[in-house]
Design a protein around this ligand. Sequence first.
Ligand SMILES: Cc1cc2nc3c(=O)[nH]c(=O)nc-3n(C[C@H](O)[C@H](O)[C@H](O)COP(=O)(O)O)c2cc1C
Ligand SMILES: C=C(O[C@@H]1CC(C(=O)O)=C[C@@H](OP(=O)(O)O)[C@H]1O)C(=O)O
Length: 392
Amino acid sequence: MRYTTAGESHGPEEIAIIEGVPSGLHITQEDVNEQLSRRQHGYGRGERQKIETDTVTFLTGVRHQLTLGSPITLNVHNDDHNSWSKIMAPNDVATSENTLRKVLRPRPGHADLVGGMKYRHQSDLRNVLERSSARETTMRVAVGAVAKKILAEIGVDVHGFVVNIGPAKSDLSTLTQYKNLQELREVTENFKTRALDATADAAMRDVIDKAKRDANTVGGQVQVIATGMPVGLGSYVSADEKLDGKIARAIVGINAFKGVQFGGGFDNSEKYGDEIMDEIFWDATKGFYRGTDNLGGFEGGMTTGEAILVRGVVKPIPTLYRPMKSVDIDTHKEHRASIERSDTTAVTAAAVIAEAMVAIELAKSVLDKFDSDNIDRMKEQVAQYREEIRAF
Ligand SMILES: Cc1cc2nc3c(=O)[nH]c(=O)nc-3n(C[C@H](O)[C@H](O)[C@H](O)COP(=O)(O)O)c2cc1C
Ligand SMILES: C=C(O[C@@H]1CC(C(=O)O)=C[C@@H](OP(=O)(O)O)[C@H]1O)C(=O)O
């Protein structure tokens, strides 16, 4: 399975094309809309989310709620485009009127300056901003919704949570060692049944309100937990086959993500070996298993069969309403950075996007190993493989 996305933030449409989804997968537009709606929620976002109601249209690859095995085209309309149609017009020549919203003072922390240099957009950095915007993550979540449906067919569940927003921490933040799998499962379930909107926590709202009052922004960490993956997805034999490596790349590829860890991650560096390795046990019904999950479900770049625990670090939003120092690209004079309408934080959305990215990488790995033509044949092969592994 592979995919590509296209679309500018204030252009008319966002598009994704996915190839390699098996035939016979049951999927509806509502399945995708549910995930798109989760991405749009979260305290601390700006005015844009009030304008958009992200809903998908299947343009190709699905018939009577079943995938055909052909490329699937997903489309989400940008409602905000109504206010930008002249500025984003593909067929009109540039005039003083339709370039009114020029960006000439690059925002530190954004793609503006380097993107402008690289693509020679020296007359208007909006040409960078439009595609570098995290608006594009709408389509990654849409693709992730398809991946989650594939994974659900073989009992794999993937869920993203907020760990902290600035200094305000959720209960999950204390679970860095995962010594007790039962505790991990309970906390996970507890979090899932609560509103995804971890920013409902009063302490988190306070941090966001303070940042907003100060014309500032704030970041945080998110955690993705995936359960039910078969043993042995990914491989140690070549560096680019390692599934933890593919997931790390997918996570850091999300706008504003600056770090990733598995299991206890960075905290493990302060521990001794006997505190960290996940000891091996055997049981006649389930075969080999571990008592802990300090390594986050990977050994040698392969799934161990325990929960996959991935954490991502999200930097604060770069656009500041009290902007930082920058330089005008026309005059080369020092000037405060441009201000664009912006979020105060997007950590809650980031948890949903990280979930989608993990789901995409896991689904790809399943489709690489098992039949990818038809979903029922894939399921049969996974069941057969699971039985072989259990009997090892
Ligand atoms: C869901 C989401 C929403 C975002 N919203 C904004 C925003 O409103 N304003 C902004 O300046 N950056 C926002 N960002 C971050 C920028 O897109 C990102 O920092 C920028 O593209 C530079 O990429 P980098 O941080 O990965 O280097 C958002 C990121 C995510 C994941
Ligand atoms: C549009 C979304 O996020 C946008 C991501 C973003 C950025 O610079 O990354 C900047 C803002 O864009 P705008 O100026 O149009 O409000 C966010 O709203 C979205 O998540 O759907």
